[in-house]
Design a protein around this ligand. Sequence first.
Ligand SMILES: [Zn+2]
Length: 225
Amino acid sequence: MEAIQARRDGDRRIGRRALLVGGAVAAVATGVLARDELGHLWWRIPGVSKPRKEGDVDYAGARWVAASPANWRMADRPDDYDVDRVVIHVTQGGYASAVKVFRDPAHGAAAHYIVRKDGRVTQLIRELDVAFHAGNREYNERSVGIEHEGFVERPEDFTDAMYAASARLTAGICARYGIPVDREHIIGHVEVPGTDHTDPGKGWDWKKYLRLVEAASASPATSTV
Ligand SMILES: [Zn+2]
């Protein structure tokens, strides 16, 4: 009889304590959300998020291949984060292996686009969303990442078709978000603060690339993309 009574008291105490702890956890969580994340979570409210359809692309002519959701974070850019950078990458491998790792949830990283040597553009993550490509949270949130098939040590991988296609893609991104076409806003992964990556490497012809982006920005074809 005594034992049963003790257990009941114990249960009651535990129950009350659990309630208090639960309330405190909820309050802390709310505070954290209000401070850091609420502005970035409003897309969760039904009817607020922009329409999304599987297979939609942001760049006309891009082929859609979905990256693993583990390699990006849903967002609602540019409403929740300003987009003011394009980050240029090199895959250090072939197109197929890049697609494979970006579709692998264990990889932990992926870019919005991959441009192949033949100029074919594949989109793997919507520009609305934050791709894990720069190795820097702030830069992931503010940028669109473009991978280029090839190796930094082999500039011959960067074909004219690749430069031209990538420049059209970047011109479209700059036009969509009002990003200036210059080296302050179109940067290499190597220029992201805190990175230990070297891509696109010394072999990437920035002068040529910027000239092509400027030309594509000036052409009426870009504005319809
Ligand atoms: Zn990179």
